[in-house]
Ligand binder design. Structure first.
Ligand code: DC
Length: 222
């Protein structure tokens, strides 16, 4: 099948909107592959932090992104041989990811890697610019959002469940500044793609959001 005929569902939205969980479950239900594009920015951030790369050096950071030794396998994420699924969820890594994601060179370096996830029978792609930049021809585009308070609550629970310490006020401030950076950057800012279905999940369970996405997909004749 030509690559461009492989169906793609894009799920974009702000941090902690629940899009990771929803994308994962939609991919499972359809038997599709999953691209967690945020993980690629987080992996680049983690790798740069560990190498002591200058966070203002766009060229050096682009090289880190270009040479990422990343492997997704059985729900685990590896950087080289090390499992880093939890390490990349730390707030410091998320904040660094959000900063370096504003650099065009870093985004360009991760472009081809993201396209390579489009494999049969289909792909669910989760991120900020999946529907606007990476897969503009996607069959279904969803923009998942939730109030900043609902998202801070979710992030708090996620961190505590993973054994990290967390502070609600700090999380709210972090989310607000990350939202501002993600929506106001010049390159690939976080905005709903043209034709995207907007879903506010503030008062919705992840399962209800999954059903809504699947019903939009079915309505396209799938
Ligand atoms: O979805 P996430 O929180 O794991 O993403 C981490 C950061 O990466 C986020 O603050 C912005 C950036 N990002 C991006 O710029 N483009 C994407 N497609 C995905 C994430």
């Amino acid at each position: 099948m030509p690559n461009s005929n492989i169906p793609v569902i894009t799920i974009d939205g702000p941090t902690a909107s629940g899009k990771g969980t929803v994308a994962h479950k939609v991919a499972d239900r359809l038997g599709f592959h999953l691209l967690d594009s945020g993980a690629l920015y987080r992996l680049t951030a983690l790798s740069a932090i560990r190498r002591g790369t200058d966070m203002h050096d766009e060229h050096a950071l682009s090289k880190v992104a270009e040479h990422l030794q990343v492997r997704f396998h059985g729900g685990h994420i590896y950087l080289g041989t090390e499992e880093v699924g939890n390490a990349i969820r730390a707030e410091e890594v998320g904040n660094t990811a959000s900063r370096i994601a504003a650099l065009p060179g870093v985004r360009q370096a991760l472009y081809g890697l993201q396209l390579s996830f489009r494999r049969t029978p289909g792909l669910v792609a989760d991120g900020r610019d999946m529907g606007t930049v990476i897969f503009p021809g996607a069959r279904l585009k969803v923009f998942l959002t939730a109030s900043v308070e609902a998202r801070a609550q979710r992030r708090y629970k996620q961190l505590i469940d993973k054994g990290f310490s967390a502070n609600m006020d700090g999380l709210l401030k972090d989310l607000q500044s990350r939202d501002a950076r993600d929506t106001q950057r010049a390159v690939a800012p976080l905005v709903p793609a043209e034709g995207a279905h907007i879903l506010d999940t503030s008062a919705m369970t992840a399962d209800a959001a999954v059903e809504q996405v699947l019903s939009w997909y079915r309505a396209l004749g799938h």
